[in-house]
Design a binder for this molecule. Structure first.
Ligand code: FES
Length: 65
């Protein structure tokens, strides 16, 4: 599922980044997530935090994309 339409980032991209140990600031700096129009900021941060806690399950598994 696309979370950030400005930068074409999916929830799976966020989950993968978290699995690599990236911080929120690093993710934003690297991808511009939530920093173009800002509409995705709350949702993206929520996914990031839940992925970090291990409680987020992507809506569409990577292998089905
Ligand atoms: S939708 Fe993510 S910055 Fe615009």
């Amino acid at each position: 599922m696309i979370v950030c339409s400005c930068n074409v980032l999916s929830d799976q991209d966020i989950v993968d980044a978290v699995a690599c140990g990236i911080t929120w600031k690093q993710l934003v700096r690297k991808t511009k997530l939530s920093s173009t129009c800002g509409r995705c900021a709350v949702h993206a941060r929520s996914i990031y935090e839940r992925a970090k806690a291990g409680t987020y399950v992507p809506l569409v598994p990577e292998k089905e994309k």
